[in-house]
Design a protein around this ligand. Structure first.
Ligand code: 3PG
Length: 212
């Protein structure tokens, strides 16, 4: 898959809803219920971070949930890419971008939303053909004002800011012309997942889906 095709696919995923839930899953047996709760609330695109032993099984379970579009986050290595793809992930997200990782995603036909934090990093990805990127960590890098400033010289790059984004500040990003959606973990708080409070998570998802 070319970087251009990956960017088209990543943009489509980002435009499904204003928020992509970023999920750190400890127990794969909660994954399908969690996915159903988020999809029911209007958030179909789900990023499962490869940070827990349960992550790949969680992706397998979530990929079977109707209406869900499940991706793998925290992709760092070619093995991560192969494992994510085999588990059923249909997109990938990474905190940064290396040539080895980009090569692996392109070779495995996994559309990647590659992470970037500076204008130089965004330019390097743009040179390779990636016009859709994740701005990470968004709040720590200056938040919406910084992303807006990057958009002045680089309007052709669109972003999914992630990292420190929440219900309070999401609109600051979503109002920018270079922001397609935001990523965030606030829609799936650990206590609600552990308690099996799926109705509560659907309520949070609805609130997030109504952001614009
Ligand atoms: C992460 O690193 O887990 C993601 O960027 C999500 O960050 P958040 O927990 O601040 O939403």
């Amino acid at each position: 898959m070319t970087p251009q095709d990956a960017s088209v696919a990543a943009a489509k995923t980002c435009l499904l809803a204003p928020v992509v839930p970023v999920l750190v899953i400890d127990d794969a047996s909660t994954a399908a219920d969690l996915a159903r709760a988020l999809v029911a609330g209007g958030l179909p695109a789900l990023e499962v971070t490869l940070r827990t032993p349960a992550a790949l099984e969680a992706i397998r379970q979530m990929a079977a949930v109707p209406g869900g579009v499940v991706g793998a986050g925290t992709l760092l290595t070619p093995k991560d890419v192969e494992d994510a793809k085999a588990a059923g992930a249909t997109f990938g997200v990474s905190p940064g971008a290396t040539d080895i990782l980009l090569d692996a995603c392109e070779a495995n036909d996994l559309p990647l939303l590659p992470g970037t934090a500076t204008a130089s990093e965004a330019m390097r990805l743009l040179e390779r053909g990636y016009t859709v990127q994740k701005f990470f960590p968004a709040e720590a890098n200056g938040g919406a004002p910084a992303l807006k400033a990057i958009g002045a010289p680089l309007p052709q790059v669109k972003f999914c800011p992630t990292g420190g984004v929440n219900l309070r500040n999401a609109r600051d990003y979503l109002g920018l012309s270079n922001t397609l959606c935001v990523g965030g973990s606030w829609v799936a708080p650990k206590d609600k997942v552990v308690a099996g409070d799926w109705a509560g998570i659907t309520a949070l998802a609805k609130e997030a889906a109504a952001l614009s």
